[in-house]
Design a binder for this molecule. Structure first.
Ligand SMILES: O=P(O)(O)O[C@H]1O[C@H](CO)[C@@H](O)[C@H]1O
Ligand SMILES: O=c1cc[nH]c(=O)[nH]1
Length: 234
C-alpha cells in the first residue's frame, strides 16, 4: 500500500534502509554496491532501491535535504513498510580542529535549533540520541577497518547559509563536532516509533580551517562510510 510520498509495495523494503540526502547518491550506491537491485519507489524522483550486499538484503533511499524532508520519509518507512533501522549516510561540516576533512563522525547525539520536537508537547528539551546498538556496531566496524572515526554530538541545522556567520562557534564551545541537516528529526521519529536510527557522516569541509574535499576525495571517503553502513545488511 503506497503512502503519500512512497509508491512501493509492502515488503519491498529491507529491514534496514541506508539514507543519503541525495536520491542520485542512492542510485549510485545501489548500482555500485548491490546485486539484484530493484527500484521500489520513485515519487518526486526520491529514488529507493532494494538489493543484496554479500547475499544479505538491504535498501537505500534518498531523504532529501533538511529535517522536514527526512521526517516525512523516515516516518513513512517506519510506519508503513516495517522498516526497523534507518542509517543516514551524509556529509557534514567540521566545527572542531581535531575533526579533519575526510574523517568519519558517528552521531551519538543530535543537537538542533529546529522545532521538530514541538509536536511531542514536552515540558523541556529533548536530547535526540542514536540507537546504541547501531552505534556500537558501527564504531567497532570503523575501528576494525582502521578508519579515522569520531563519536559525539552533531548539530542538525535548518540553515545551510547562516546569516549570523559566527553562530557555529557557540555550538563548537560545547563540544559539538560538526553540522549537517537531518539526524535530529530522524532520531526523534525513531524514538517516537520504537525504531532504531544512526547517522554516519563524512566531513566534507571544515568551518575551522576552511579546508574542503575535492569531488574525487569525496568519492573515496564516501566509500569508507559505505563500508560501515553496508555491514548492516540483514
Ligand atoms: O550529504 P547529505 O546527506 O546531502 O547531507 C548534507 O548535505 C546537504 C547540504 O548540502 C544537507 O542535506 C546536509 O545534511
Ligand atoms: O558545512 C556543511 C557541510 C555539509 N553539510 C552541511 O549541512 N553543512
Amino acid at each position: 500500500m503506497a503512502t503519500p510520498h512512497i509508491n512501493a509495495n509492502k515488503g519491498d523494503f529491507a529491514k534496514t534502509v541506508l539514507m543519503p540526502g541525495d536520491p542520485l547518491r542512492a542510485k549510485f550506491i545501489a548500482e555500485k554496491f548491490l546485486t539484484d537491485v530493484k527500484l521500489v519507489t520513485d515519487v518526486r524522483n526520491m529514488f529507493g532501491y532494494t538489493g543484496y550486499y554479500n547475499g544479505r538484503k538491504i535498501s537505500v533511499m534518498g531523504s532529501g535535504m533538511g529535517q522536514p524532508s527526512i521526517g516525512i520519509y523516515s516516518y513513512e518507512l517506519f510506519t508503513a513498510y516495517d522498516v526497523e533501522n534507518i542509517i543516514r549516510i551524509g556529509s557534514a561540516g567540521s566545527y572542531q580542529e581535531h575533526v579533519d576533512i575526510r574523517d568519519i563522525v558517528l552521531v551519538q547525539g543530535a543537537s538542533t535549533e529546529s522545532d521538530f520536537a514541538h509536536q511531542y508537547g514536552l515540558p523541556g528539551t529533548y536530547a535526540p540520541l542514536a540507537s546504541f546498538e547501531l552505534l556500537d556496531k558501527a564504531y567497532n566496524i570503523a575501528k576494525m577497518n582502521g578508519q579515522h572515526v569520531h563519536v559525539g554530538n552533531s548539530l542538525s541545522s535548518d540553515v545551510f547559509y547562516n546569516f549570523q556567520k559566527d553562530s557555529w562557534k557557540k555550538w563548537a564551545e560545547l563540544g559539538v563536532l560538526c553540522v549537517e541537516m537531518e539526524a535530529a528529526a530522524l532520531y526523534m521519529n525513531a524514538a517516537a516509533l520504537g525504531k532504531q536510527a544512526l547517522a554516519i557522516l563524512t566531513i566534507s569541509d571544515s568551518l575551522v580551517t576552511g579546508k574542503s574535499t575535492t569531488a574525487e576525495e569525496r568519492e573515496t571517503t564516501f566509500t569508507q562510510m559505505m563500508e560501515i553502513a553496508l555491514e548492516f545488511a540483514e
